[in-house]
Design a protein around this ligand. Sequence first.
Ligand SMILES: NC(=O)c1ccc[n+]([C@@H]2O[C@H](COP(=O)([O-])OP(=O)(O)OC[C@H]3O[C@@H](n4cnc5c(N)ncnc54)[C@H](OP(=O)(O)O)[C@@H]3O)[C@@H](O)[C@H]2O)c1
Length: 385
Amino acid sequence: MTRPKRLALLGATGSIGRQVCEIVQRYPERFALHAMVAGRDRAALRDLAAAHPSAHTRLATPGDGDPEAAAAAIDELVRDPEVDLVVVAIAGSAALRPTLAALEAGKDVALATKEVLVMAGDLVRQRMQRHHSRLLPIDSEHSAIWQCLWGEQRASVRRLILTGSGGPFLRRPLETLSAATVDEALQHPRWKMGPKITVDSATMMNKGLEMIEAHYLFDVGYPDIEVVIHPEAVVHSMVEFVDGSVKAQLGVPDMRLPIAVALAYPDRIPDIVPPPDLTAIKALTFEPVDPQRFPALALARTAAQHGSVATAVLNAANEEAVAAFLRGRLGFTRIVATVQEAVAREPRSVAEDLEAILGADRRARQFVRKVSGADSDILERRLPA
Ligand SMILES: NC(=O)c1ccc[n+]([C@@H]2O[C@H](COP(=O)([O-])OP(=O)(O)OC[C@H]3O[C@@H](n4cnc5c(N)ncnc54)[C@H](OP(=O)(O)O)[C@@H]3O)[C@@H](O)[C@H]2O)c1
């Protein structure tokens, strides 16, 4: 019998990270945790380490140490020759550096963090080609497309169709959207996820980020990536082929399924989740996206057309605007409006290297922090009581 696949899990204490830990515990003959990384939640990481005593653990923001030394130690963990698969589930742009380190070491990366591709899709693709490493998608929509593409030729693909549930505000009267509260935005009707992606689902920026993610994962042009609303969240996405066939992947809305598909690839693990009961669901419905309700999608398309500086700005400005909303600093509809202002400030250009991306990221964050008053938060914290 072959030995278990050894995983380095980044973002172990988060929503995706914990579900990865659960699968590892359920299938010890298939998987072992070799390393676990979290952001700052030392207590949660300690609890996880107790359940996986052989795993090395690291905090990315240890509070008392040098952040550069912590980042370098994480790079070392993902490059470890003992590691077979790196699972990236850190929320947001902090995932970029360790993802690039893993790909440069020739590792396969199971990627949940779409922000990595939105921020630096071209660089990620370069690293994969140069070092013969692979990305295995965890995001449910991209897992669905990936599964529909197994055994197909690239030339046979006409369009990708991403589905989205529409989130908590699909039917809310438009004129009340600006008053939407944090609690309301965090009530996703179908999926239980971390706070950032849940707010992205309410604005539908999540689908905009996923469109860019799909472009880089599957090498399909933006005009050939469509988004439709599918409130039941059973069809996780579709691929249309040149002959008029459409393939879809169906499943209950449970992230353990796409996680297991990525971890076990090319195998399938029996009984990860029950199959959907289609006679109980009765109807699967689809509708076009209302651009007035969800302006984030058109904004993401514009940024994608403007090039990689604009997509890096889109990502960074969105992270900051969502953080400001969660802290009560920005109204719900101001999230996308602020990101739009940040994108409009940047010239259209392609980022030649990582430095150009990080520069665009910094400018966007500074702009949103200024607009949302987060700069004064920092100032207040620095002032003596
Ligand atoms: N949740 C889902 O169902 C779902 C579905 C599809 C895609 N995704 C994507 O998966 C990613 C993770 O989402 P999530 O919902 O699991 O997020 P989450 O619950 O907020 O968890 C985030 C994880 O990232 C860690 N982290 C935060 N900042 C970090 C840093 N600077 N360095 C290292 N680790 C850091 C956190 O550690 P601490 O807790 O210690 O701070 C935590 O382990 C996101 O990009 C999201 O878009 C999620």
